[in-house]
Write a protein that binds this ligand. Structure first.
Ligand code: IVH
Length: 722
């Protein structure tokens, strides 16, 4: 045998062996050789490859850590959107979901569900393509991004040991997989790795990551594959697609095929026949929660049959065929040490509780929001009190009550709201009918800082690299070395729940401008020059170029994002989208009367008035003009609506025989009608299905005409008879 081994065959067998042991170690959690034995084989392979560079292939186990992504991450569209899930918080909601599924499917069909843990990480798409000798090779790893377009983080994904770089023809055959396909799953940072990472961050003078999910999100977007490799991310696979469509006839088969192909599939998954069994699984998962080496925040329930999934389809951002059962928030008791006051983007002053550090569900909590003066009064909380703090998933921790008993005496110090802005010292104002105190100084530095952050954020103009640190620099603040350590670290910090910012922000806020600001409004972002960027600390040619490229790219952002970026009060994502679709251009929106605005679905008189006010203010119009001059996108595809139901308002109640509530709503709206949540004299029709409740009584009392599903369909077809 000794004589027969050529370098080529030895390299080949070492690779096979290393892959096998990596699989045992990282996927099966069942190592068969010692670390030293593994290292010895790896070193031998490295040496052979160094001697014979012509034999090196990208799927070799030595090639997990490769080159750095040179120009940041490329944006890549997904084969089919990466959706999120609707949530259920109790058995009642879960049973209602089960009912909806059963109603939507023919009663003769069997309904089976797959229960999985809801891993608290972030989803990732892995693309495999035809490799040599009938194998499949990892080609690309893409983050979820905004669900439609993600970022190509392949260089980092390759470092995750539970992700196979290549899958042999034999394995593909065993799993009955083609050579090219897409796997989706959850990347997470195990608890131990999270704690280690935070220890290191603190030792380096950096703010600790808020929770393992943010740490994982920051890590996967780090520009140093070396760092990613050290952090030990893990991936659990749960979807298998080809050209955007589910490949196999059931989810149970999908999980089995993924496992056979060598992916890590969570072992706590179970196929069940009834919602009662789902509820049993949830109880088991809840009991398991504290023993797992990673965080989970609930259970995901998926309809097993792919054909049934297809028939149920999607609503907005989530599939109808799956749901997330969220565990209740976890809480703890701790002491309220003090209250800090922060000025937000709209000038709102938020009281932030400073807490004695307390460990809740994997995270050390030191701050919590107290919302507003009314909330403080409602809680009756004083400094020195012991309080019950809760945090659920990615929600900002909040104080739910004051705890008073023998071991927890009352605090003595009243919380006094300031009467001037903690940042610019102008007098605070409380508008009529509002609970919040506001700084109304339009040039308050805290407000500008928050406006810029909002404008550049992922959900708005998505200008990567224009994060907390760069904004502080653009505003002329000095930034300490540790804070500015790398754009990626900054991104990780920016992923922390907003409102309660990481330590870094406090530091930044406390700093006074030490040099002239380069920006005074969001429009100034578009006139930043390379020369200006180069004067900032830690910004070299490359970084400057990529920031400018990102700014340039943001000009193409859709009108709804631009509207969101303007920071009009009460205008969130949904409203911005509705306004863009309805009016089709910035100019049409500026010209819209309050009445026209109110006609838009989901827009009430309050929002209509603020939008109108916004566009009558000269300063705001000047800002809009500057953004236009910068070349931002001011037009959108206008929604074409039918007119059959124009001017008619509908209310839906009960379960309809074939239409889901969302479909009925969509149909009414696309025919020009409006759907409202409650019956009034203005309601034109109540559409009632089975088990209609009080709305039916009210409609009868108010003489509102009542339709069943057939009646609605007829109306959609031919309009109201005059
Ligand atoms: S399925 C369209 N399965 O939860 C289906 N998601 O709240 C969505 N998640 O974005 C993905 N564990 O990041 C699925 N076993 C699991 C999951 C899971 C965690 C995450 C995922 C998703 C989010 C939705």
């Amino acid at each position: 045998m000794a004589a027969a081994a050529t370098p080529e065959t030895e390299i080949h067998s070492l690779r096979e062996e290393l892959r096998h042991h990596e699989h045992l170690y990282y996927v099966e959690d069942a190592p068969a050789i010692s670390d030293a034995e593994y290292d010895a084989r790896m070193n031998r392979l490295k040496a052979l490859e160094a001697e014979h560079p012509e034999l090196l292939t990208p799927d070799s186990p030595t090639q997990r850590v490769g080159g750095k992504p040179k120009d940041g991450f490329l944006k890549t569209p997904h084969s089919r959107p990466m959706l999120s899930l609707d949530n259920a918080y109790n058995d009642v909601e879960l049973r209602a979901w089960d009912e909806r599924i059963r109603t939507a499917l023919p009663s003769t069909e069997t309904v089976r569900y797959v229960c999985e843990l809801k891993l608290d990480g972030l989803s990732l798409a892995l693309h495999y393509a035809v490799g040599p000798k009938g194998s499949a090779q990892l080609e690309r790893g893409v983050t979820r991004g905004d669900g439609t377009i993600g970022e190509d983080v392949t260089s980092n994904v390759r470092t995750i040991r539970s992700i196979p770089l290549s899958i042999s023809a034999e394995k593909l055959k065993a799993a009955q997989l083609p050579q090219s396909f897409e796997v989706r799953g959850e990347v997470l940072l195990p608890q131990a790795a999270f704690l280690k990472m935070n220890e290191e961050r603190v030792a380096q003078g950096l703010a600790p990551a808020v929770n393992p999910r943010n740490a994982a999100a920051g890590t996967i977007r780090t520009l140093e594959p070396n760092i990613v490799a050290q952090r030990r991310l893990d991936l659990y696979a749960y979807f298998l697609l080809q050209d955007g469509a589910t490949l196999l006839p059931s989810h149970t088969l999908t999980l089995a095929a993924l496992r056979t192909a060598g992916f890590r599939v969570n072992t706590h998954a179970s196929t069940v026949n009834s919602i009662n069994e789902v509820i049993d699984f949830i109880a088991v998962a809840d009991a398991l929660r504290d023993t797992l080496p990673y965080e989970i925040d609930g259970v995901v329930i998926k309809l097993d049959s792919t054909a049934q999934q297809r028939r149920l389809g999607f609503t907005g951002k989530a599939p109808r065929w799956a749901i997330a059962y969220k565990f209740p928030a976890r809480g703890a008791v701790t002491e309220l040490l003090g209250v800090a006051f922060q000025t937000g983007r709209t000038g709102k002053i938020t009281p932030v509780a400073q807490l004695a550090p307390v460990f809740i569900g994997g995270t050390t909590v030191t701050r919590a929001t107290l919302h507003n003066p009314d909330e403080i009064a409602r809680l009756g909380v004083k400094i020195g009190d012991f309080v019950q703090v809760e945090r659920g998933g990615d929600v900002i921790p909040k104080i739910v009550s004051v705890v008073v008993n023998a071991t927890h005496p009352r605090g003595m110090t009243e919380i006094v709201f300031p009467d001037s802005c903690p940042r610019c010292e102008s007098a605070l104002v409380r508008e009529e009918g509002e609970v919040d105190l506001r700084c109304v100084n339009a040039s308050c530095p805290a407000r500008l800082e928050e406006e810029l952050r909002h404008f550049a954020s992922r959900k708005v103009m998505n200008i990567e690299g224009l994060g907390e640190v760069l904004i502080a620099q653009l505003l002329g603040h000095t930034v300490s070395g540790a804070e500015a350590s790398s754009v990626a670290e900054e991104e990780a910090a920016a992923l922390a729940p907003s409102g309660i910012s990481p330590e870094e922000k406090e530091e930044t806020e406390a700093q006074l401008p030490t040099r002239a600001a380069l920006v005074h409004s969001v429009a100034d972002i578009y006139s930043i020059t390379k020369e200006q960027l180069l004067t900032l600390e830690r910004i070299g040619e490359k970084t400057a170029d990529s920031i400018l490229a990102e700014i340039e790219r943001s000009k193409a952002a859709s009108l709804n994002r631009v509207l969101l970026g303007l920071g009009i009060r009460h205008v969130g994502e949904r409203t911005a989208q509705a306004l863009a679709e309805e009016f089709g251009s910035m100019d049409a929106l500026i010209a819209a009367s309050e009445e026209e605005l109110t006609r838009v679905n989901d827009i009430g008189p309050k929002v209509a008035a603020t939008v109108r006010d916004f566009f009558t203010n000269e300063k705001n119009l000047a800002l809009v003009e500057r953004l236009r001059a910068a070349g931002l996108n001011f037009t959108a595809e206008k929604r074409v609506r039918g007119t059959v139901l124009e001017g008619l308002t509908f209310v839906l109640t009960g379960t309809l025989p074939t239409l889901t509530r969302d479909t009925a709503k969509e149909k009414i709206e696309s025919a020009g009608g409006k759907v409202s949540g409650s019956i009034s004299k203005k309601t034109n029709y109540l559409v009632a299905g089975e088990e209609a409740g009080s709305k039916l009584d009210k409609a009868t009392a108010l003489n509102v005409p009542i339709l069943d599903e057939a009646g609605l369909l007829e109306l959609l077809e031919s309009g109201p008879s005059q």
